[in-house]
Each structure stands twice: as C-alpha cells, then as structure tokens.
Write a new protein. Structure first.
Length: 90
C-alpha cells in the first residue's frame, strides 16, 4: 500500500499542488500564491501518496490508520475527527 508523503491541494481541473513532509497545507497555499496560481479557494485539500496519486482528507485518514502511518486522529478541531491533518502525521 502506498504511503502518504506530502500535503496537497487539487484544483477543480485536477492539477495537484504539493510539498513534501513536513510541509503543512498552508505551506502549499503559500507556494501556490508565490506561483500566482488562480482559484486557490476552489481547491480540495488532501494528501499526495508516494505513487503520485491524490487522496482527500477522509480517504487519507483511512489509509493512514490502516497502514499504521497514523495511530489515531487527533480530534482537535470540530468537524475534523474523520479527516487527516498533517499534524496527525508529522
């Protein structure tokens, strides 16, 4: 099974922007702003796998717990208990 290797955002057209661990999603947003990417607010937040595929936060949470990459999700933010955060990994 593939492992999660970075925080990522996917644009509506399918383009994936990512940075390797230990980057956070806000680091990806900052990088996209520096690149002058348009439509950042329309992007879906998720994670990049080592095989290059993108997973949304819910699917990434399942994968990370099934593979032992994350022991448990930290229910810190309301609404994020079933969604993976970079803080759960690194």
């Amino acid at each position: 099974m593939a492992r999660i290797v970075g925080a990522a955002l996917r644009s509506p057209d399918g383009t994936v922007y990512s940075l390797p661990a230990p980057a956070r999603h806000e680091d990806v947003v900052r990088d996209m702003c520096q690149q002058k990417v348009r439509g950042i607010m329309d992007c879906e937040s998720g994670f990049l796998l080592e095989d290059g595929s993108f997973l949304d936060r819910v699917s990434a949470a399942r994968l990370a717990t099934e593979t032992g990459q994350c022991k448990r999700l930290a229910p810190v933010i309301p609404g994020f208990t079933d969604k993976l955060r970079t803080e759960d990994l690194w």
